[in-house]
Design a protein around this ligand. Sequence first.
Ligand code: NAI
Length: 332
Amino acid sequence: MRQVTLIPGDGIGPEITEAVKAIFSAANVPLTWEEENAGQTTFDAVGELIPESLNASLNKNKVALKGPITTPVGKGFKSVNVQLRQMFDLYSNVRPAKTTKGVNTRFDNVNLVLFRENTEGLYAGLETFDERLQISDSIARVTRTGSEKIIRAAFEYANRHGCKKITVAHKANILKSAGALFLGVAAEIAKDYPNIQMEDKIIDNMCMQLVAKPEQFDVVVTTNLFGDILSDLCAGLVGGLGVVAGANIGDNMAIFEAVHGSAPDIAGKGIANPTALLRSAIMMLHHLDLKEEANRIETALEATLANKEECTGDLGGRASTTEFAQNIIAKL
Ligand code: NAI
């Protein structure tokens, strides 16, 4: 039986992780969990953010499901998420945003997948601060190799799924070198995929177009910071952070995670929505080629989401995290 690493994380992480475990168990998914934690809770317990045992588990299993991890604002430790992405070169951050029946939003026709470069750009960690002059420099590193990998991944995905269009979001009008490098690489790679139309949009216009006519987008690819912001914007288009999945994928490893954070305002109350983590887990099943299990759980989830009463408070229902999971299980 296939083993995957399970990282419950901080805040609401353990609560939504338990819900996913219960649903997987009820669906008889043929995999076992190897539980290893990371983040604030782990640091408080053992003095390490990413313990060696987690490292070993990831290297062995190559696939993981991860709950959200708290990162202090400003001072304090470097984001565990950013560290994991850089340690294992998980260069593709893949975030689907699709309208769900029963989840009220302003639009009813969104169906796009965002590919965010995950290891470079402004998150490369190249920051300096001159205490005397009070000047901070943050370098946005964009490389040809890094751009090629994420753009190729987006085109390959579009090709596999029969998508007709890729939109490259950038700021090459102002960021003359970094933006132009990313856009130039995209234009080169596009030549290998004559059936896919490539268009480019300057990031500010991209935001406006996304909130005005999101149905025009299919696959979107962009650099790290723009992708981070766009992915939450896209989450807002389809029902919020509680319902969207995410994956960090490299050539040798994949870590699937909910897009939202540790939600300290509701942690421990038993009211968190497990949908985002469950959808990430469903993406993981597709990655592991467990398509039948993925489709069965997805059908039960969609049927539950279609009935507000059976959902958690953020979706307009009154169910607790556990009750919501039980409602899904009842439909398997
Ligand atoms: P957040 O996503 O934790 O919360 C934003 C709002 O959405 C809150 O009102 C929260 O209650 C709500 N929310 C989030 N997930 C929900 C769910 N599953 N069900 C119901 N409501 C939900 O963002 P915030 O407050 O900015 O960040 C909190 C912490 O999480 C920070 O330390 C941040 O660094 C970390 N974070 C971690 C991420 C990760 O591990 N991938 C991603 C984003 C933030």
